[in-house]
Design a protein around this ligand. Structure first.
Ligand code: XMP
Length: 326
């Protein structure tokens, strides 16, 4: 579409001018903003850009591959992927308190990202090149929310923790700074990014970590990942993706209830479906998903996830409840 084409052209020219022949780093989260920002910068300066993707082991089914394979295949971007899932899991061992989880995930993420950045800086240095810029997928609403100050949303994009150490401070490139989400999606489409990334619904930085109420373990992650994939599949099949703002799927890991599956009495965990409609996530209403879609999700989850014997629907608006359970 004409509009996104001209925005792309403008931004490409601007980025080239800003960057010159310096090297640039961009962190990818798996979400649409960082992906589109990276693709735009790549279009402008090609291999002067290196992307860093930290896999914290808390993404949903298929999302790591989407970044490592589909996104790279679509763009040709140079990517350093760090699989830190085991480290995250061991740092989170024994932790149930939501804010503590967030803090551990956020800090560990920053440290891991920092390490990868140092590697990029060293490699560039060995070739006599200098890394000067960091790409951020800041959108216009983020700018407004943070008071419009420059650099106010450093890494806020998904981890809500303080900035980077002084020797890793870069000049920022924020090519989406004047745009709204729908414009970012149009640009992503125009740039040929995979649909799953362009149309990905909001997903919190701490990922599935704050959708397991209770301690995070590998086994619980596996169960939740499967249940979430089923819910997403059925919502997509029903054509509801664009009506629903997001649908957290939550595992109540410390709750057990009695069920009967096959001929056996079970004592399993419940899964909560939390489909919501919203404009900006500040307020939300629970989505009136058709009963037959809920039924299909419930049947499949209880059939396919052995540890789940009950599926419940969260029919609370925000406020009083938040969208996420933690
Ligand atoms: P709540 O649960 O506060 O969520 O109603 C509002 C929106 O923010 C997302 N969310 C987060 N995003 N880091 C993020 O980047 C977080 O720690 C976090 N917690 C919630 C949530 O998915 C919803 O879209």
């Amino acid at each position: 579409n004409w509009d996104s084409k001209s925005i792309i052209e403008d931004q490409v020219a601007k980025i080239r001018e800003q960057v010159g022949d310096a090297q640039v780093i961009c962190g990818l989260s798996g979400g649409v903003d960082s992906a589109v920002a990276a693709a735009l910068v790549h279009k402008a300066i090609g291999d002067q850009l290196t992307c860093v993707f930290v896999d914290h082991g808390l993404l949903r089914k298929g999302e790591v591959e989407q970044v490592k394979h589909d996104f790279v295949a679509a763009t040709g971007i140079k990517l350093i992927a760090v699989d830190a899932s085991e480290e995250f899991l061991s740092a989170l061992k024994g932790v149930s308190e939501p804010e503590k989880k967030r803090k551990i995930i956020g800090e560990k993420f920053i440290r891991t990202f920092e390490q990868a950045q140092r590697q990029v800086i060293e490699e560039a240095g060995a070739q006599g090149k200098e890394v000067k810029f960091l790409v951020q997928g800041t959108l216009y609403p983020d700018v407004v929310e943070s008071g419009g100050g420059d650099g106010a949303s450093n890494i806020k994009s998904h981890h809500n923790v303080g900035g980077l150490p002084d020797d890793l401070k870069f000049e920022l490139i924020e090519p989406l700074r004047t745009l709204f989400k729908d414009e970012v999606r149009a640009i992503g489409t125009e740039l040929g990014l995979p649909e799953e990334i362009v149309w990905r619904q909001p997903f919190p930085g701490p990922g599935l970590g704050i959708r397991i109420v209770g301690e995070i373990t590998q086994e619980r992650l596996d169960v939740l990942r499967e249940a979430d994939a089923i819910a997403r599949e059925e919502l997509t099949k029903a054509g509801l993706d664009r009506d629903i703002w997001q649908c957290p799927v939550v595992l109540l890991a410390d709750v057990h209830s009695v069920g009967v599956q096959g001929d056996e009495r079970t004592y399993g965990m419940p899964i909560v479906l939390r489909p919501v409609s919203s404009e900006d996530a500040m307020t939300a209403d629970w989505s009136r998903v058709p009963y037959d879609v809920l039924a299909a999700i419930s049947t499949r989850i209880t059939n396919e996830c052995r540890q789940i014997n009950r599926v419940v629907l969260d029919c609370t608006s925000k406020p009083p409840a938040t969208i996420e359970w933690e």
